[in-house]
Design a protein around this ligand. Structure first.
Ligand code: ADP
Length: 448
């Protein structure tokens, strides 16, 4: 078993990982940029190392600095969290070459799933349904035209190396195709250094439904059910829930079973998420994330399983603590992402938090690294907290969420809490009747 975990991340996820480590009796090492010297993850960790200046490229993405910090502190495992280096296959390889356990899958698996064209081909072979589209990358206009005519408009052009909701173009008709193809390629090259793009059918009213899986190095892989992440703005998730209001237990068992078996056959070791679009009763794979997700707590709330703990165990070569039969789903959970942004126009609002009082009570969880007096640095992402609430039923969960949002005090900055409160009052949301485009329309109405 590992003894000391270096946490190569910041903010709430660094705290989340620290908590799992301390519950397992493991020591932690925090790394931080100069902008984060006062951060909560640094205060809580057993040791800390400054790894560079504020810019992520020089600190949280600086592999040499992070490896040096691991060497100096004698860490025998590294947890990358999400974002930053979490899906960097070369980093996973380098960590392993230094005889340090990488808390995530092996480099080859990250590489295969990180390239979306390869990922789609791989999962298709493993028996997972995919969105109809081009077989592999698109190299010229004629080929693009042929594929689009075959699958029918609208289509979406996506960068193979894309992520974070970037590098996508929707094409409504043949007249737009050539220009959008060029735009997508140019943007992909600029943003990801790779201009490979592919085409798939643009689904007009799907939900975003993803399955959580965890595999170990002994050939076992289990699923922990699905999360519904359809509430998105600019392809970024805003609120997530588990279970999905539209998936019944039979469908959950069937799809979860397909996904877990596929990943066991793949030999996957670690936590992962298989993302689907779901429309008219059909699932279509869009991508796999080979790391812990921001929204993992909703799954933890309804299963009682500590996903980060399982990640650490399997990375240390141990077996999963659970078999599929032991996984039980109880009640309903919802997570609200609280960002330091205007609730309706999303203008960033960095600054100093003057008062901080998170809600509490039964089945209320607040994952945040904020405290009164904390200055939110402008260099990193704008999420400052995740409020996760569960209830025996979805209705009960919504009542508790409304109460918790009411209690939440974050003074000194503007946050997206009022957006979540507005959602609680919306009839469609209350009924669970929404698709991935619903929130954008809801926000347009709010601007009027
Ligand atoms: P990223 O890696 O940037 O998150 P994804 O492939 O996961 O990209 O897609 C992000 C979001 O974009 C999805 O949740 C969905 O809202 C939208 N999207 C992606 N593919 C399609 C599609 N074929 N049809 C409709 N919407 C799509």
């Amino acid at each position: 078993m590992v003894q000391k975990v270096l946490i190569a991340n910041r903010g709430e996820i660094a705290l989340r990982i620290h908590r799992a480590c301390h519950e397992m009796g493991l020591k932690t090492v925090a790394v931080h940029s100069t902008a984060d010297a006062d951060a909560m993850h640094v205060r809580l960790a057993d040791e800390s190392v400054c790894i560079g200046p504020p810019a992520s490229a020089d600190s949280y993405l600086n592999i040499a600095s992070i490896m040096t910090a691991a060497e100096i502190t004698g860490a025998d495992a590294i947890h990358p969290g999400y974002g930053f280096l979490s899906e960097n296959a070369d980093f996973a390889d380098i960590v392993k070459e230094h005889d340090i356990a990488f808390i995530g899958p092996n480099g080859d698996h990250i590489r295969q799933m990180g390239d979306k064209i390869t990922a789609k081909e791989t999962v298709k072979k493993l028996g997972i349904p995919v969105v109809p589209g081009s077989e592999g990358g698109i190299t010229n206009d004629d080929e693009a035209k042929r594929v689009c005519e075959e699958i029918g408009y609208p289509v979406i052009i996506k960068a193979s190396a894309g992520g974070g909701g970037r590098g996508m173009q929707i094409v409504r008709g043949a007249d737009e195709l050539s220009v959008k193809l060029n735009t997508c390629r140019t943007e992909a090259k600029a943003a990801f250094g790779d201009d490979a793009v592919y085409i798939e059918k643009f689904l007009t009213k799907p939900r975003h439904i993803e399955f959580q899986i965890i595999g170990d190095s002994h050939g076992n892989c289990i699923h922990l059910g699905e999360r519904d992440c359809s509430l998105q703005r600019r392809h970024q998730k805003v609120l997530e829930e588990a279970p999905s209001p539209v998936i019944d237990s039979e469908t959950r068992e069937r799809m979860g079973g397909i996904v877990a078996k596929a990943m066991a056959d793949f030999g996957y070791c670690g936590a992962g998420t298989i993302e689907f679009l779901y429309e008219d009763g059909e699932f279509y794979f869009i991508e796999m994330n080979t790391r812990v997700q921001v929204e993992h707590p909703v799954t933890e709330m309804i299963t009682g399983i500590d996903i980060v703990r399982e990640q650490i165990r399997v990375a240390a070569g141990e077996k999963l603590s659970y078999t599929q039969d032991m996984v039980r789903f109880h009640g309903h959970a919802i997570e609200c992402r609280v960002n330091a942004e205007h609730p309706f126009n999303f203008m960033p609002s960095p600054g100093t938090v003057t008062q901080y009082h998170p809600p509490g009570g039964l089945n209320v969880r607040c994952d945040s690294a904020v405290y009164a007096g904390y200055r939110i640095p402008p260099y990193y992402d704008s999420m400052v907290a995740k409020l996760i609430v569960s209830g025996y039923t979805r209705e009960g969960c919504l009542l508790r969420l409304r109460r918790s949002l009411e209690e939440y005090v974050i003074d000194g900055i503007t946050t997206t809490i009022p957006l979540h409160q507005a959602l609680m009052d919306d009839e469609d949301f209350q009924k669970g009747d929404y698709d991935i485009h619903w929130l954008e329309k809801f926000l347009e109405d709010k601007q009027d």
